[in-house]
Design a protein around this ligand. Sequence first.
Ligand SMILES: [Zn+2]
Length: 163
Amino acid sequence: MHALTEKQVRRSLVNCSRSEAESMTLPRTFAETPWEELVVLGWRDPRAPLRGYLVVEREGRPVGVAVRAADTRMSSGTPAMCLLCQTAQAGSDVSLFTARRAGEAGRNGNTVGTYVCADLACAVRARVEIPPWLRERDPEEVAAERTAELEQRVHGFLDAVLR
Ligand SMILES: [Zn+2]
């Protein structure tokens, strides 16, 4: 994705009030974000532990959603899968996140939820963590496919938030 400024990231949030967008904290490593390697920027709010954000490019402009992690976590002994990057992990590394829907639906309390990597670092994981059954294939090709699928699923999640 194209590099974004802090202001662009705040403005991209579609399901936040202005004051919520202002109180959002960027990732500590924001200045070093490897934009060209990412199809989605995801992070947990360093100052509000249950809050997180996903920002993606949609029709040439950044669109972000604020999500909230469930305060209960799955046990580390339970296998779980992130439904965005489809990486199988320990249950403790996957969290149920809910997003308030944009506009009136959200103001009426409507949310959408999905299971996502607890650190929201799906873009990195899609490239780096190749499932065992795909390890005989060309790693770059697999990473490209996983990344394209991740992007599609993030847009699917955004569709539900914006609907
Ligand atoms: Zn993930």
